[in-house]
Write a protein that binds this ligand. Structure first.
Ligand code: DC
Length: 227
């Protein structure tokens, strides 16, 4: 079900890891004069907060992660920015949340049901004060079942792997690099599969054979029609 045209516009963009959600969402938000919120960034910030406390991740309780979550928040970026930035104890923490330690443990945190409730409440509170393009795994299902536009972005695992290595190294990857990255991505897909589901009313966009500019153009066109 979709909400009527008087409610604030929320565009959800969901899909598996490395499907291009965040960069596409950012460009869509800029084109529409909205703000981009990356919900994966919030799971990462909560994970970084818990990592700062210490102890082996296998022993983390949900209570201890929730206690750490109270130190995490998101804030609108500098004037003119079209995204939200992660804050930990009030300070910007982008480099920390993109680091290896967080990437290796964030799936564990994202599986905790009460952490998901906490993150979802923060995302909804943010949408109450801004028109947002929000990306993640379950934004169109669990968080904004009434969003006016829901997009499900997909691409083949090999194409997602190719893009990821290209982004990291700045050059076209070898076949061996693509193969290695594909198996890592498939392992991640498996870890996150429970919460990574398309809404029944989502518009599917397969980005395997199209440019990012084309993806953005299609989504902006769909969103403009809903405004
Ligand atoms: O997209 P990402 O790599 O930044 O996501 C980080 C982790 O958070 C990943 O394990 C998937 C999870 N996640 C989630 O479970 N639900 C969301 N809405 C967004 C991310």
């Amino acid at each position: 079900m979709s909400s009527d045209s008087r409610s604030p516009l929320v565009v959800t963009i969901d899909g598996p890891a490395a499907s291009g959600k965040s960069s596409t969402s950012q460009m869509v938000a800029e084109a529409l004069g909205m703000r981009h919120l990356d919900s994966g960034m919030i799971y990462r910030t909560v994970t970084a907060a818990r990592l700062r406390i210490g102890g082996p991740p296998a022993s983390w309780t949900e209570e201890s992660v929730l206690a750490a979550a109270s130190r995490a928040t998101v804030a609108p970026g500098a004037p003119g920015a079209t995204s939200f930035e992660p804050r930990l104890d009030g300070a910007e923490c982008e480099a920390e949340i993109r680091g290896e330690a967080v990437t290796a443990t964030v799936s564990l945190v994202a599986k905790m049901p009460r952490v998901r409730i906490w993150v979802n409440a923060l995302v909804r509170a943010t949408a109450a004060t801004h028109e947002i393009v929000v990306d993640g795994r379950d934004m169109g299902t669990a968080v904004f079942p009434d969003a006016r536009l829901k997009v499900w972005l997909v691409a083949s695992p090999a194409e997602r792997a190719r893009r990821r290595v290209l982004q990291r190294t700045g050059r076209e990857p070898t076949a061996a690099e693509v193969a290695l990255e594909t198996s890592e991505l498939e392992a991640r897909d498996l870890k996150d599969r429970q919460q990574t589901q398309p809404a029944t009313d989502a518009v599917w966009i397969d980005t395997t054979g199209i440019t990012q500019a084309e993806q953005v153009r299609r989504i902006v066109e769909l969103a403009t029609a809903k405004r």
